[in-house]
Design a protein. Structure first.
Length: 178
């Protein structure tokens, strides 16, 4: 993942507070919601970049949008707003999730398949691929890709395990050309 040093510092501070108060899962869930809001509403980022919008109005928008968030999350968002770093919020969330995953021995994985995978198939993939990357389990996001002829592709971080039919045909073609 590529996020700034600033986002990592804020994420580390929030992570330590979350661990200290045994609220790691709850804060991670809240941060995922915050990230979704910022990614789904691109106008929000543009609004915060507008120099005509006062700091008080920006803080009011944050308070209203995330009124149900825990004090730790809302205070972090207020601090970022005070310091004109709202552009770091998504990076902070990504850095926090990475730290939480590391603490729990979990990795995020994207599985591309021709059809949606069942719960049993996802559990089987999680247990077999988790061992390959040295984790206890995987948090799988299943993406249906109709361009695949068959099989699956698994992406864990920057690693891609290509078990698709197209991938196998490509490897076979390379072997035959040699």
């Amino acid at each position: 993942m590529s996020y700034s040093t600033i986002a990592k510092r804020y994420a580390l501070a929030l992570f330590e507070i979350a661990q200290e108060h045994n609220q790691l899962e709850a804060i991670e869930e809240e941060l995922r919601a915050v990230k979704a809001v910022f990614l789904e509403n691109k106008e929000l980022s543009v609004l915060f970049e507008n120099p005509k919008l006062t700091l008080d109005k920006k803080k009011a928008i944050i308070q209203e949008a995330f009124s149900t968030a825990s004090p730790y999350v809302s205070n972090t968002l207020m601090l970022l707003t005070d310091r004109h770093r709202t552009d770091q919020i998504v990076g902070l969330v990504d850095a926090f999730i990475e730290q939480a995953n590391e603490a729990h021995g979990v990795a995020d994985a994207t599985v591309y398949s021709v059809r949606p995978l069942s719960e049993d198939e996802q559990k089987a993939l999680s247990s077999s691929f988790a061992k390959k990357v040295g984790k206890q389990s995987l948090r799988i996001t299943n993406v249906t890709d109709e361009n695949l002829l068959g099989g699956i592709k698994v992406q864990i971080g920057t690693r891609i395990y290509d078990g698709s039919l197209q991938g196998k045909l490509t490897r076979l073609e390379r072997e035959l050309i040699r």
